[in-house]
Design a protein around this ligand. Structure first.
Ligand code: 6PG
Length: 240
């Protein structure tokens, strides 16, 4: 039986359109007197989704109520080509009327990445204030190794049970290796989480995640009050 939270589309454009539409729907369902925490993902998959939020769906969102956070960041300057912040600024932020005060990049200027993680955790705590610390919508991608955000297989950050943000050294194949990532304690109490995954390289990992409850991949341990997968036919295996 098909999983009702797995949405399969013919293309990256179509899955991104669906995720953008559902983003607007979730935003519209939140009280107008509350900020909306939208957590962006890195990588290349979200670029289409960003473009749609900045064009087709730009005026469907009250950008003064939206606060942007990041699920992870490479520990490089924000103008570095590898920066997730730079990618979001180029594909989304520079094209929407969001106040600068609502943009919360993960800092990468501290000498010690642990200080950056602690600083970002403080930013999140200040944002939530006395409200329940539940991110409204978290966008996540899926790596070919089953990582998501910068929760990479075999890294100590997978066993973090209290800190919301942590530094880590990613495996050698994931450059740049020094990363900052949100952790399961914060990610797994989100109101909603949308995974976007496209392409045949994701098929094997995605099939395992969707069919094998004992799957070892970090992305499989993500939970949420409302967890949805937006995938294309190339990434979605008919097996299982
Ligand atoms: C990052 C991302 C990472 C990404 C996956 C998928 O910083 O690289 O947060 O988790 O979502 O690696 O990347 P693609 O979308 O490029 O396949």
């Amino acid at each position: 039986m098909a999983d009702p939270n797995v949405h399969v589309y013919d293309s990256l454009e179509a899955l991104s359109e669906a995720a953008a539409q559902d983003t607007v729907a979730r935003f519209a369902a939140t009280p107008t007197d509350q900020p909306f925490a939208l957590v962006l993902s890195g990588g290349s998959t979200p670029k289409t989704y960003h473009r749609l939020l900045a064009t087709t769906y730009r005026d469907a969102l009250a950008w003064d109520r939206i606060h942007l956070f990041w699920g992870d960041e490479r520990y490089v300057p924000h103008d570095d080509a590898a920066s997730n912040y730079r990618m979001a600024r180029e594909t989304l932020i520079d094209h929407v009327p969001i106040p600068e005060a609502n943009i919360h990049p993960i800092p990468t200027h501290f000498a010690d990445p642990q200080d950056a993680a602690d600083d970002y955790a403080n930013t999140l705590r200040n944002f939530f204030g006395s409200r329940t610390p539940a991110l409204d919508l978290v966008l996540l991608g899926l790596g070919d190794d089953g990582h998501t955000a910068s929760l990479f297989p075999g890294t100590p950050v997978l066993t973090e049970t209290t800190a919301w943000v942590a530094p880590l050294e990613a495996p050698p194949y994931a450059q740049p290796r020094t990363r900052i990532t949100l952790t399961y304690p914060l990610l797994n109490q989100s109101q909603a989480t949308f995974f976007l995954a496209a392409g045949a390289k994701k098929q094997s990992v995605l099939a395992d995640i969707l069919t094998n409850p004992d799957c070892p991949y970090p992305a499989a341990a993500i939970t949420s009050s409302s967890l949805h997968w937006y995938v294309d036919v190339a990434a979605f295996s008919q097996e299982g």
